[in-house]
Design a protein around this ligand. Sequence first.
Ligand code: UD1
Ligand code: CA
Length: 483
Amino acid sequence: MLLVLRAVPAGAAGGHPMSSDWAAIVLAAGQGKRMRSSRPKILHTILGRPMVEWVIAALHGAGAAKVVLVLSPADHQQIASSLHLDGISVALQSEPLGTALAARCAQAELNGWHSEIVVACGDSPLLRSETVSGLLTAHRHSGAALTLATARAGDPTGYGRIKRDESDRPCAIVEEAAAHEDDRLSNEVNSGLYCFSPGHLWRWLAEIKPSAAGEYYLTDALELAYQENAIVAEINSELTELAGVNDRAQLAEAARQLQTRINTALMRSGVTMIDPLTTWVEPTVHLAPDVTLMPGVLLRGQTVIEAGAEIGPNSEIVDSRIGPRSQVRWSVIEQATVGAKVTIGPFSHLRPGTIVADGVHIGNFAEVKNSRLGPNTKMGHFSYLGDAEVGAEVNIGAGTITCNYDAESDTKNKTVIGDYAAIGSDTMLVAPVSVGAGAVTGAGSVVTHDLKPGDVAIGAPARVVRQSRRKLPKGNDEFRRDD
Ligand code: UD1
Ligand code: CA
């Protein structure tokens, strides 16, 4: 069988391959037993992204025109509801009888495909676009029927070993289970990334015989290629680019590699990291130059941190925006928007729907949920604001609580606090309630009625007025009074 060769421009290796009509098959129908998990292996996440999405992103980044994902029917529903499968074709492998059968399942999706087919494993999240481009370039340059990505492994355990003939040509891949003592001495391994010309691929897949264990190994394609003297090309890659994840220890190792990759790029783009080893930034996060990340920071989702902000130590920020020159220490922030020059923490929690204006100070042990805080408002100590609209330059005294939840009606109510109001320590604001601009409450006040602008209110009107109408579960009548 002849390969149609395309011209490859000089220097294309490592870059984008010149034509983008190649397809990829991602093998992901294995049982993943070594993970010991009820979740399919490829859904285990690294930096917030399922393992297989890293692989698919690398293939798309290299210009794959079509990606066929091979899944087991048992996992299909769970995977389809957890992944963005738009633009990806799915093929189902009814029985997990090996990588060759898995690749064969993709054939119907690739009927009539005339260009190269790259086969990758769904459990190799370290795959880079550059490696895939290099593989294609080598394949096209050499006119090969099969191109392999091989690697030297410090510890080759678990990998298929490359076997060479006396003239050093690769002639077979010996799987760990079938390897003899001398095969195991070799540390040259098969990384599980291949490029095939389609005609050879489908023919070899049909010829592969089951192993002693009854599995059909895709790796046997090398031996078939060798026997028929087809051209086999190779790229030598770092195992850190192609390591397979079979168990959770390898998952953590792969995560460490991706963390290093992301952190190195961020530091080169102008982010300071005091301790990159304990700093985890998901690939979806955007950091401006001159952001400083202290040890123990976890930044997730669609988070944006603007220039000069300092985050950490020990903080988690999810789907939030932190304005320029703000500081967040030992705190958790979720789906919140924080302005410029804001200080937060230690030990505070901003929950979804919180919007904090410039110059705000949120100190120790504060919780803010679904609330707005106006410019320069201060909330120093032990407070809870929920469903509140707070103006500018307000002082929220220590221990202030918005009593936003009405247990009888099971509703949340709003508190409005005007500009320049001063809320005394330990004030309970029983919502719905409003405090006018410039109003003041004394320490320990329980505010149950609206205050007009400039009012000073003190005291605790807490007295029993009537029986609760709150619905209790049946059998709790002893809590009802008789009168
Ligand atoms: C495989 C290779 C090995 C290579 C290693 C690189 C084979 C026989 N062995 O071994 O040479 O060194 O990858 O990481 O190919 N899968 C299916 N259907 C199946 C079986 C597996 O789709 O019936 C998928 C798995 O989900 C996985 C991939 O194929 O994503 C590789 O399978 P796995 O069982 O992890 O193979 P390894 O033992 O790692
Ligand atoms: Ca594997």
